[in-house]
Design a protein around this ligand. Structure first.
Ligand code: HAM
Length: 423
């Protein structure tokens, strides 16, 4: 026998019943995004490698060692998207979406690909829910984007979240900070090998280093907040004031630099309990210079991405879609089977899930099938019911039974379902 083929390492199958929780999360996301005026974008999984190389930064882990890059049959270098922000900006520029004034708000959901070492909460194909707002530098927008994120996570029932914020400045003040940081990095000994390189090429990345020694050495390092220019300091201050006014608990974290180089000004992350080392469920920030770096005009913008896999991991057990109970039709005899087959469609026509057995099972076996399907209602149909034109409907949770005319059964069930949902 030929050997079985397994899924690629770090890539997982998401199967029912878990998929219904994913669908629910995405449904709630769509509803919340709509409240804040966002519209959906669906973009290709493949982009030109240069798009990510130019935007995320050559010296980031993502570009340096985590991209799924290959040459296609024409010789073009393509990359499976490791993130979506660069491609949202690309799509805006390419499709002329930002020609008119005003904020443009988009969301995007889908798989991302990074060749990272798989572990709890870290995959090579993972899913993100992205939010991007383009066209304004107003600090109100920063606060609103963060509120949207927290609103969404709250509606899912997520608790024990920690919001970390920082400001990364702008091209005017960041170089000044980089100089100060670099001086500090060269004045100290003991940095890990990566950081010895980073302190030359991209000193901000040192702040992000996971090595304990480097983190200890960083305790006394200069912080960005002290180097912010007047405009950036005012922007940061206003964002924090708005958050405080909206009763948002945040923690300032001067070492928060994020793993991508395009950020300017506000940067933030949401961490959740129970995820271990990979505890960021969402991250984002401003990227005011990105459109220009991609050949476009100045376009202040910000956004975030939620890691859906991690989100699902910390979702409370009780959170999920309200089940619309299945109606199971149990039959005795061929005539009843034929009537039930039509009734099945009538019930589905009312928007309710319905099932029956096609394998000629005994009544007892049909009842255990109904059980396995978690049926909320069972109707038993035999010759007698066909003759009288009425059948008993059993509510499985309580065992109560009520007799209905067959012709009314489907609309009656719809009525019962609406009552249960309270509409
Ligand atoms: P990021 O911090 O690289 O940001 O990713 C956002 C979230 O995606 C993380 O907080 C995490 O929950 C999830 N994530 C990242 N890598 C993995 C992985 N290997 N396995 C599972 N989950 C993962 C961005 O991607 C930016 N584009 C966010 C953004 C949007 N900034 C502005 N707009």
């Amino acid at each position: 026998m030929a050997g079985r083929i397994k899924a690629v390492r770090g890539m997982k199958d998401i199967l029912p019943p878990e998929t219904s929780r994913w669908q629910w999360v995405e449904q709630v996301a769509r509803e919340v995004f709509e409240l804040y005026g966002y519209a959906e974008m669906r973009l290709p999984l493949l982009e030109r490698t240069e798009l990510f190389a130019r935007s995320i930064g050559q010296d980031t882990d993502i570009v340096a060692k985590e991209m799924y890059t290959f040459t296609d049959r024409r010789g073009d270098s393509l990359t499976l998207r490791p993130e979506a922000t660069a491609q949202v900006v690309r799509a805006c520029l390419e499709n002329g979406l930002i020609k008119t004034a005003g904020v443009k708000k988009f969301y995007l959901m889908g798989p991302m690909f990074r060749y990272e070492r798989p572990q709890k909460g870290r995959f090579r194909q993972f899913y993100q829910i992205n939010c991007e707002a383009l066209g304004s530098d107003a600090p109100e927008l920063d606060a609103e984007v963060i509120l949207l994120l927290l609103d969404f996570l709250g509606r899912l029932g997520l608790k024990d979240l920690k919001l970390l914020v920082n400001s990364l400045g702008c091209p005017e003040c960041t170089p000044n900070f980089k100089d100060r940081l670099q001086q500090y990095l060269f004045a100290q000994e003991g940095w890990c090998e990566d950081c010895q390189r980073r302190r030359v090429t991209n000193p901000l990345r040192v702040l992000d280093c996971k090595s304990r020694t480097c983190q200890e050495l960083l305790q006394k390092a200069p912080i960005m907040e002290d180097s912010l220019c007047e405009a950036c300091a005012a922007h940061y201050d206003r964002v924090l004031t708005l958050l405080a006014g909206a009763q948002v608990a945040y923690e300032k974290n001067p070492r928060l630099v994020r793993g991508l180089d395009y950020y300017t000004r506000t940067a933030f992350e949401v961490k959740a309990e129970g995820l271990g080392a990979q505890d960021a469920v969402a991250g984002g920030g401003r990227y005011n210079s990105l459109a220009r770096e991609l050949g476009g005009p100045d376009l202040p913008a910000l956004g975030f991405a939620i890691g859906e896999d991690r989100l699902l991991e910390v979702l409370p057990q009780e959170a999920g879609p309200t089940e619309r109970g299945t109606v199971f039709l149990a039959v005795l005899g061929d005539a009843a089977r034929d009537r039930a087959f039509l009734l099945l469609q009538e019930i589905r026509g009312q928007g309710l899930p319905a099932a029956m057995d096609f394998e000629g099972r005994s009544l007892k076996a049909q009842m255990s099938l109904a059980d396995r399907l978690g049926a909320a209602y069972v109707v038993i149909l035999g010759d007698q019911e066909l003759e009288t034109g009425e059948a008993p409907l059993r509510r499985m949770a309580s065992g109560e039974q009520e007799v209905f005319p067959l012709a009314d059964l489907a609309p009656m069930l719809a009525l019962l379902a609406r009552k249960k949902e309270g509409t």
